[in-house]
Design a protein around this ligand. Structure first.
Ligand SMILES: [Zn+2]
Length: 90
């Protein structure tokens, strides 16, 4: 694992090419109250039932990082789109 000294993101490969651009979590949810409510609910359920994770805000979306990067949340006007992968059944 490698942590970029500039932006703090964690990668499997040392010096993984990426954008160090930082975007606040709140900026993703600007004027998307329903999406923020859903995201906070989802995050609380994941942390309660699966384990704590780190919220990483990327220019494109919001990622959740546990042992590895496992979920991307894309806020929409009336909801959120989530994309996730696990190595086991929930
Ligand atoms: Zn970086």
């Amino acid at each position: 694992m490698w942590t970029c000294p500039n932006c703090g993101r964690i990668f499997q490969k040392v010096k993984q090419p990426h954008s160090c651009k930082k975007v606040s979590v709140d900026s993703h949810f600007k004027n998307k109250d329903k999406a923020k409510e859903l995201f906070n609910f989802l995050l609380s359920l994941i942390e309660k039932n699966i384990g704590t994770c780190k919220v990483i805000s990327l220019p494109c979306c919001v990622h959740l990082f546990g042992v590895y990067d496992f979920l991307a949340a894309l806020p929409k006007r009336d909801g959120i789109e989530i994309r996730f992968a696990l190595d086991r059944q929930l």
